[in-house]
Design a protein around this ligand. Structure first.
Ligand code: DGL
Length: 276
C-alpha cells in the first residue's frame, strides 16, 4: 500500500479553503491536509520575521504529519516566507520535500489573461508592501511590458473572518478600495485577487467594477498550475498518496473552525486541534 503522504495546504486562517476547494475539484484523487493558523490570524499586518517564523512552523508541522509537498496557500506567507523556506530551510530539513506558493502561478495566469498589459493586484498590507507581485511581473517584463498597480485592502480579511460579507460596512470598504485601485490605473483590464480570502467577496467586487475587467480568484489558478507541476515532476507526484481524504487542523477552537469552515465550504467539516 502507498505510504500516506497528503498534499499540505496552509493558510493563516480560512482563506486557503478557497484554494483547497479548487485543488480538490481539479485533482480529486489525492489526500489533503488543511492547516489553518486561526489562533494567529491575520498575518497581513505582521512583520516579515514573524510571518516567516509562523509559516516555517506550519510547514514543519505539515511535514511531521506526512506531507512531502506543501502549498503555502496564503499570499502574505508566500510573499514573506516562501523564498527563505525554499532556499535556507528546506535544504536542511529535507531537500526531497517541496514547498510551493501562490504568487508565481497567479502572475503567470495574469500575463496569459491580460490583453492590454495593464493589471491590478489586490492584497493585504503585507503582500502589497513586500512588492512580491511587482517583482514577479518585473521578471516576466523581460518579455512583456506589464504595468501593474496595487491596492492594500486591510479590512477585507477581517470582514471575511468575522462573517461581515455583504453588510453595508463591508460594501463600503470594498467600493473604497476598488475606487482607489482604478484611480491608480483606470485602464487596467485584469485584476488578481492576491489574497485567498477575497474570493468570498467576489460578488461584491464584481458589482463595483466595470464588466470588461477580468477578476481572477486564485484557487482555480493554483489548481491548474499544480496539475501542470505534478505532470512535470513525476518524482514528486508519485509520492502524493491517492485516497481522496481531507483532514483539517486548526490552531484555534475546533468547534469554531468546524462551524466557519463548514459555512465557507458548504458542507460539514471535522477538524482537529494542533499546536505550532
Ligand atoms: N490568507 C492571507 C493571504 O492570502 C491573508 C490573511 C491574513 O492576513 O492572515 O494573504
Amino acid at each position: 500500500m502507498q505510504k500516506y503522504s497528503p498534499i499540505g495546504v496552509f493558510d493563516s486562517g480560512y482563506g486557503g479553503l478557497t484554494v483547497l476547494n479548487e485543488l480538490k475539484k481539479r485533482l480529486p484523487k489525492y489526500n489533503y491536509i488543511y492547516l489553518g493558523d486561526n489562533a494567529r490570524t491575520p498575518y497581513g499586518t505582521r512583520s516579515f520575521d514573524v510571518v516567516y517564523e509562523y509559516t516555517l512552523e506550519a510547514v514543519k508541522k505539515l511535514f511531521d504529519l506526512g506531507c512531502h509537498l506543501v502549498i503555502v496557500a496564503c499570499n502574505t506567507a508566500s510573499a514573506k516566507a516562501l523564498r527563505n523556506i525554499q532556499q535556507l530551510d528546506l535544504p536542511h530539513i529535507d531537500p526531497s520535500k517541496r514547498v510551493l506558493g501562490v504568487i508565481r502561478p497567479s502572475v503567470e495566469k495574469v500575463v496569459e489573461v491580460t490583453k492590454n498589459n495593464r493589471v491590478g493586484v489586490l492584497g493585504t498590507v503585507g503582500t502589497v508592501t513586500s512588492e512580491s507581485y511587482l517583482m514577479e511581473f518585473q521578471k516576466i517584463n523581460k518579455k512583456r511590458q506589464i504595468k501593474a498597480v496595487q491596492e492594500a485592502c486591510p479590512m477585507w480579511v477581517p470582514i471575511v473572518e468575522n462573517n461581515e460579507i455583504g453588510t453595508p460596512g463591508a460594501n463600503y470598504f470594498v467600493e473604497k478600495n476598488l475606487e482607489n485601485l482604478l484611480k491608480k490605473d483606470p485602464d487596467l483590464d485584469t485584476i488578481i485577487l492576491g489574497c485567498t480570502h477575497y474570493p468570498f467577496l467576489i460578488n461584491q467586487i464584481k458589482e463595483y467594477l466595470p464588466s470588461h475587467i477580468n477578476v481572477l480568484p486564485q484557487g482555480s489558478i493554483v489548481a491548474e498550475k499544480l496539475e501542470d507541476y505534478l505532470v512535470r515532476h513525476p518524482e514528486i507526484e508519485i509520492k502524493c498518496s491517492k485516497g481522496k481524504t481531507t483532514n483539517f487542523y486548526t490552531t484555534e477552537s475546533v468547534a469554531t473552525f468546524e462551524k466557519r469552515a463548514g459555512f465557507f465550504l458548504g458542507k460539514a467539516v471535522n477538524a482537529k486541534h494542533i499546536s505550532l
